[in-house]
Ligand binder design. Sequence first.
Ligand code: AMP
Ligand code: ZN
Length: 485
Amino acid sequence: MGLKIYNTLSRDLENFSPLNEGHVSMYSCGPTVYDYIHIGNARTALITDIIRRHLEFRGYTVKLVQNLTDIDDKIIARAQTLGISSGQLAQTNGQAYFEDTQRLGIQPADVHPKATEHIPEMIDLIKTLIDKGAAYVIDGSVYYRVNSFNEYGKLSRRKPEDLLAGARVEVDERKEDPRDFDMWKAAKPGEPSWESPWGPGRPGWHIECSSMAMKHLGETIDIHAGGEDLLFPHHENEIAQSELATGKPFARYWVHVAFLKIDGKRMGKSEENFIFLREALDRYPAEVIRHFLISAHYRHPLDYSLESLQKSESALNRLNNCLEALQKYNDEAPEGSETDDAISSNSSETNTNLLSAIQNMQKRFTDAMDNDFNSAQAVGSIFTLVSQVNKSIASSNGVLPHTLASAFRKLTEICEVLGIYANNDHNSDKTAENLDPLIELLLEIRQDARNQKDWDTSDKIRDRLKQLNIEIKDTREGSTWKFIS
Ligand code: AMP
Ligand code: ZN
């Protein structure tokens, strides 16, 4: 079975085949950086990361672009409240976004374009749309003429009457049609603005993604991802702008991530029911949060609760204990020291069972991920093998060390695709050795601060080290440290 993706455009599970064989171009709508991200935002960012990792695991070269919306109404309003510039606020929160997602083990995209750095491209695209009769100017603002694109509504499948009803909520008498949306907003006093042929102003949100996606990935991209809230109007409008301008399909597969919910409601800033990702990361290791966020298929809503995080924590403990038990076999019998086939010819029943469990896990994992990135089933396949390994180790019937070493390698390889195994202890032995004198020095400085009741410095050292994944434990005998995931 090849890779299949559920395409929101066709509402169907489709065979995946990229435009250029072996290469995938992918765009994912990134955060509006007016605040830290919450774990709902993190779900969408993480699913993007998992999709990319799986495509790479399947041998594709992936170019991932994820934008930062660094100018919009919320950024302007928040910056005004804080008495800082929009640029400063966006800079700080953009930086925080990278810190938080890195802590969650999300690999950075190949390009993270910022809206404010692509104003000329947006102006060009708007000009093209005006030239084609698809946009009009009123008082220094430019509107997209929805009527000019007869496929409008093809992604959201909303009927014209629904679209009209929705659009009327925001009445702007100047528009030709209530469905028309702004691509360029004329400057208001005190707001940041850029020069344009229509006077000073700033871009609308939808034109940002159209321009940045096409600039970095070309006129037709393979996969476009985002949270389900973006399907309409954001993605519908991106299609309308891009396809009318180029005459080509904009994105071939549309992927929408369902909401992370809390008490049955969407987690969101406006709902005031959110948990910042960084708060969650202070309490739980990144792998636990990752495990929780991928424990449901991405098209199903997922409910946040402390119990679910605790469940993920104990599942991860089981996984880590199993890998810890297996690791020594891998150290003693590294890959290539004997072939698996040679082992299977003269092995006990328990050994043969384990060998076939390893193969099953690989197949089930790949099938699950190939089936529209079904991470829930993929995780299930890992834990089935974990149980089998535990049984085999406990069994008095001999399991060959090579088989256990092989289980270690396959499990870690697969966990790597989901990013739920950090392998810190294993990889960090040398790093720990090198870092030891430095951290001891910091601990000494911290102890001096504590002796002088300088708690601010003491806490600062502890917190900053934690951001670097180094945890300090204060005991009666003094402070110790270790890497955390
Ligand atoms: P925003 O910063 O609000 O533009 O959101 C950034 C990304 O997070 C977008 O792709 C949203 O669709 C997504 N998102 C926002 N809230 C949630 C949620 N509760 N669950 C999943 N994704 C979300
Ligand atoms: Zn977008």
